[in-house]
Each structure stands twice: as structure tokens, then as C-alpha cells.
Write a protein that binds this ligand. Structure first.
Ligand SMILES: O=C(O)c1cc(=O)[nH]c(=O)n1[C@@H]1O[C@H](COP(=O)(O)O)[C@@H](O)[C@H]1O
Length: 315
């Protein structure tokens, strides 16, 4: 977590751009512009759409990364959007991570892993690589704690070995999260509070020079009060705070998830940044692919600066 904190200090910006492309978020002319190039590389017409989208996602991501590098410390590519396209999408996921890292960004792989110990150990190799080969170019992963300690320990070990981090879901931003996370336990705690205590424990042996462990927590921007309470409950745990923007979370909502000195958390926005071009009022279907990408980059940069300034104003 030290590297992430230093990147936040350098940019003076505790926010992360989520790279969650979908067909609707990439301008149609950008996707169309790859039709000829891709047709030569696929074996059948059926593969064309996924292959074309995959190439378009990569160009789109590079445009966003170029536009926000130096302003934000980190990106968070969400693997679901890429896996949906099959192997071509997974390739683009790895290429996106590599490109972001080359541009100096901390790469938080949003992969939400969670399984029994032996399988978790295999998933955790995403952090360590295979032998000398590191195919993923990432700095951290997200992990689901539902399986308990043996699903988490392999990630803590791998993160320690590779000098990387993990973020464990504690209080998620989605509306039905309360069905499980807000349940009362016999000892008076809520389920998410119990998970929070486990997360502090899982990280206890890995505390870095800024006082935070390698084991971060995911706390939704949409749960302002619980987030504030968790900040006090988890003094050595760095927070990833998604739910800003598209899900309704505001800078005021996330203020309490930071420490008194303005550290301790990083706030994610995905659609709010990468889809900003759609709300710019400047897009038209008649634009060329290059013009559309230029608008994507300019809008993402403006939205990123806006988010940064909104966060700075409350910290
Ligand atoms: O782990 C996450 O990043 C995550 C946890 C959570 O509680 N809520 C949540 O929205 N996320 C992710 O954060 C991103 C939010 O995207 P936007 O709502 O478009 O900003 C998506 O990639 C989600 O999968």
C-alpha cells in the first residue's frame, strides 16, 4: 500500500479511474473502424464482433489512460467487461494493465476472487506471476471474503512475496448488499463489522511505513455512515471506495472514509469518467473514429479533474 499512498501524494489525488468498457461506452465509429483489420485475423464471421470490440476496448483504454496519467494515481480495470468477449478480451485486459503500468499508474485488478484455499492459491498467482514471467502487470486484486480465512491467506502470502496488495469486500455499494452484510450476529455485531475485524487481522503482519497494511477494504461510497464508522474501526486498513458518481456517491459522502489528515482511502469512478464523452454535448454520430476518441480523452480528463477537485474540497 506504500506505493499507492506515494502515488496519491504525488498526484495529490485520492481517486482511481475504473476501466470498465462496454459496447455502449465505446463510440460506435471507433468499434466500426476496426472491422477490416479484425476480419483478417478471425477464423469465422461469428468471432468478428467480439474481436472487434476487444481491439476497440484497447484503443479506448489507451486513450483514457493517456488522458488521465499524471492526474490520477491508479486505474481499476474490471475483468468482467473483458472476459465477456472471451480470450480476445482477456488478452486486452492484460495489455491494458501493462500499458497503464508503463504510464506509471498503480493497477488495481478488479477480479473479485473467492474460493477454497488450494484454488485461492492458484488465483493468487495473478500477483506473483509464473516463475520469472509476470503476465498480468498488476499491483493489487479485489477479493471476496465469503469463504473465510483460507480463501484469503494465499492472497496475503502472494501479495507479501510480490510486494503487492489486495482489497477485500467489506461493505459493498450495491443496493442488495444489506441482505447479507447488515445482518445481526449473536454478539451484537453486524456481519460487515465482523468482516471488517477479520480484514484488520488478516493485514496485521503486513503494516507498511504509512501505517496501512497490504490488506485493504472495499467500502461503498453509498454507505456514508457505515464508512465513517469503519474508518475508526479499521485504523490500519486502506479503503477502496467505489460507488462515486454513477451510483450516486458524492465527495461529501466519502469524506468520513478518510483519516483526519486526508489519507486512508481512494475513491473509484468508472462510468462517470469513461462515459463522460456521452454527456459532453459535443458528440455526434458523424464524427470520425479519431475525433470521437479525442472527445473521449478530453471528456475523461475533464471529469477526472472535476472529481479530484471535488474530493480536494472536502479533504
Ligand atoms: O470492488 C469494487 O470495485 C466494487 C465494489 C462495490 O462495492 N461496488 C462497486 O461498484 N465496485 C466496482 O466499482 C465499479 C463501479 O463502477 P461505476 O458505478 O461505473 O463507477 C465497478 O467496476 C464495480 O464492479
Amino acid at each position: 500500500m506504500d506505493r499507492l499512498i506515494e502515488a496519491i501524494n504525488t498526484t495529490q489525488n485520492p481517486s482511481v479511474v475504473g476501466l470498465d468498457p462496454t459496447e455502449a461506452l465505446v463510440p460506435a465509429q471507433v468499434v466500426a473502424s476496426f472491422a477490416d483489420e479484425v476480419r483478417e485475423s478471425v477464423e469465422s464471421e461469428e468471432e468478428l464482433q467480439a474481436a472487434q470490440l476487444a481491439v476497440a476496448y484497447y484503443e479506448f483504454n489507451r486513450t483514457i489512460i493517456d488522458a488521465v496519467a499524471g492526474i490520477v494515481p491508479a486505474v481499476k480495470p474490471q475483468i468482467a467487461m473483458y472476459e465477456a468477449l472471451g480470450p480476445a478480451g482477456v488478452d486486452v485486459y492484460a495489455m491494458t494493465c501493462e500499458y497503464a503500468r508503463e504510464r506509471g499508474l498503480y493497477v488495481l485488478a478488479d477480479v473479485k476472487r473467492g474460493d477454497i484455499g488450494s484454488t485461492a492459491a492458484a488465483y493468487a498467482r495473478m500477483l506473483t506471476g509464473v516463475g520469472e514471467h509476470d503476465p498480468w502487470s498488476i499491483d493489487a486484486v479485489t477479493v471476496n471474503p465469503y469463504l473465510g480465512t483460507d480463501g484469503i491467506t494465499p492472497f496475503v502470502d502472494a501479495a507479501t512475496e510480490a510486494d503487492k496488495d489486495l482489497f477485500v469486500l467489506v461493505r459493498t455499494s450495491n443496493p442488495s448488499s444489506s441482505e447479507l452484510q447488515m445482518l445481526d450476529l449473536a454478539d451484537g455485531k453486524k456481519v460487515y463489522e465482523h468482516v471488517a475485524d477479520l480484514v484488520e487481522g488478516w493485514g496485521a503482519e503486513t503494516i507498511g511505513k504509512y501505517g496501512y497494511s497490504r490488506v485493504g477494504a472495499v467500502v461503498g461510497a453509498t454507505h456514508s455512515e457505515e464508512g465513517k464508522a469503519l474508518r475508526k474501526r479499521m485504523p490500519h486498513t486502506f479503503f477502496l471506495v467505489p460507488g462515486y458518481g454513477a451510483q450516486g456517491g458524492t465527495a461529501a459522502d466519502v469524506r468520513g472514509m478518510f483519516d483526519a489528515d486526508g489519507s486512508g482511502a481512494i475513491v473509484n469512478s468508472s462510468r462517470g469518467i469513461i462515459g463522460a464523452w456521452r454527456k459532453s454535448g459535443q458528440y455526434s454520430e458523424g464524427m470520425s473514429a479519431d475525433e470521437a476518441l479525442e472527445l473521449v480523452g478530453e471528456s475523461a480528463r475533464a471529469a477526472t479533474i472535476d472529481m479530484r477537485d471535488n474530493l480536494r474540497a472536502v479533504l
